[in-house]
Design a protein around this ligand. Structure first.
Ligand SMILES: C[S@@+](CC[C@H](N)C(=O)[O-])C[C@H]1O[C@@H](n2cnc3c(N)ncnc32)[C@H](O)[C@@H]1O
Length: 287
C-alpha cells in the first residue's frame, strides 16, 4: 500500500465554509466532485484526447531524465501515474481527500499490475500554497495541470511554483484558456454571456466551469515577473470542443487526434485550445 500522508489532512475541510464550496483563499478543492469530474472528463472522449495529447507532447516539450517530479493538484492521479511509469519518483500533492483517495486506489491497482514499484509515488494531502513548507525541493521538474483556474489567486500560485523550482528546473503548466471559453460560449449560443465577458464559474455545487480561467497574456506576464523563461507552448483540444457533429466513430476520432497533433503547436490554432500547455525553465544563475 502507498503511504497516504494525512499529516495535513485538516487543511482541506477546515478551509471550506459550509454551504459554499470555495476555501478561504478562494480556491475550489474538488471534494465531492470526483464522480462528476471523472465522468464528464476522463470517461469521455475529451478526456481521452487530453491524455493522448499529453502523452504525445510531454516528451517533446520536456527534458525527461527520470528526474523527481512534484505534481501539484494531481487530481485523480493520471499524470503522476504517467511519470511513475516512466521511472520518475513522483510526489503528488492534492488538497482534496476525495481525489487523493481515488488516485491512491487507482495507483494501487496499477502497482499491483507491475506498472511501477510502490515506493515510486508518495502523496501529500496539501494545497499548493503550503508546498514551500511541506515540499520545498528545489525540484528539477514540477507539473501543475488544470489547477490555476481553480484558484482565487492564480498569479500568486505562479510565484510559488517558481520558488519551488531548482535553477535549470522545468515547469509543465497547463491552464484553462479564457479565450477558448469565450469562443465556445459564442458557438453554443450564450451570446450575452460572451458579450458581457462574464465567463468564469462561481465554484458552487457541482459546476465545472473554472472560477479563474486565464489568458495567454496573463500567463506570459506572470511567468516573466517570476524570472521564468518560456520554452514551448501548445494548445490541447484545439478542434474537438468546436465540432458541430462530434463523432462516435473510432476512425474519425483517430483522424481528429491526428489533426490535433498536427496543429497543436501551430499559429493561430494553439491559441484557441481549450487548455494551453507550457514549458517554463528557471534559468541557472549567471556565473
Ligand atoms: C481540474 S482538476 C485537475 C487535476 C489534474 N491535475 C488533472 O490534470 O487531471 C483541479 C485540481 O486542483 C485541485 N486544487 C484546488 N485548489 C488547489 C490548491 N490550492 N492547491 C493544489 N490543488 C488544488 C483540486 O482539488 C483538483 O483536484
Amino acid at each position: 500500500m502507498h503511504p497516504l500522508d494525512t499529516s495535513t489532512s485538516h487543511i482541506s475541510n477546515s478551509h471550506i465554509a459550509k454551504g459554499y464550496e470555495l476555501t478561504q483563499a478562494g480556491d475550489r478543492y474538488f471534494d465531492g466532485l470526483v464522480d462528476k469530474f471523472s465522468r464528464s472528463l476522463y470517461q469521455a472522449p475529451r478526456g481521452e484526447l487530453r491524455l493522448a495529447m499529453l502523452d504525445y507532447l510531454l516528451p517533446q516539450m520536456l527534458r525527461l531524465t527520470a528526474q523527481p517530479v512534484l505534481d501539484v493538484g494531481g487530481g485523480l492521479g493520471q499524470l503522476s501515474g504517467w511519470f511513475a511509469e516512466r521511472g520518475h519518483a513522483v510526489t503528488m500533492a492534492e488538497p482534496s481527500q476525495d481525489m487523493l483517495a481515488h488516485a491512491n486506489a487507482w495507483h494501487d491497482e496499477r502497482c499491483a499490475a507491475g506498472a511501477w514499484p510502490p515506493e515510486q509515488l508518495r502523496y501529500l494531502a496539501a494545497p499548493l500554497q503550503s508546498l514551500p513548507q511541506q515540499a520545498p525541493g528545489p525540484w528539477p521538474l514540477i507539473t501543475c495541470h488544470a489547477v490555476l483556474e481553480w484558484l482565487g489567486e492564480p498569479e500568486q500560485a505562479v510565484q510559488t511554483l517558481a520558488s519551488l523550482l531548482a535553477p535549470g528546473g522545468q515547469l509543465s503548466l497547463m491552464v484553462f484558456n479564457r479565450d477558448a471559453l469565450r469562443f465556445s460560449n459564442v458557438i453554443k449560443g450564450n451570446l450575452q454571456k460572451a458579450l458581457s465577458d462574464q465567463l468564469e464559474g462561481k465554484g458552487k455545487r457541482q459546476r465545472l466551469t473554472p472560477i479563474s480561467p486565464v489568458t495567454h497574456d496573463e500567463v506570459c506576464l506572470w511567468a516573466a515577473n517570476n524570472g521564468l523563461r518560456m520554452d514551448a507552448v501548445a494548445g490541447i483540444r484545439i478542434f474537438q470542443d468546436y465540432l458541430r457533429h462530434p463523432s462516435a466513430e473510432e476512425s474519425e476520432q483517430a483522424t481528429l487526434l491526428a489533426l490535433e497533433k498536427q496543429y497543436c503547436r501551430q499559429d493561430p490554432h494553439w491559441r484557441l485550445g481549450r487548455y494551453l500547455l507550457y514549458t517554463f525553465t528557471k534559468p541557472k544563475a549567471d556565473v
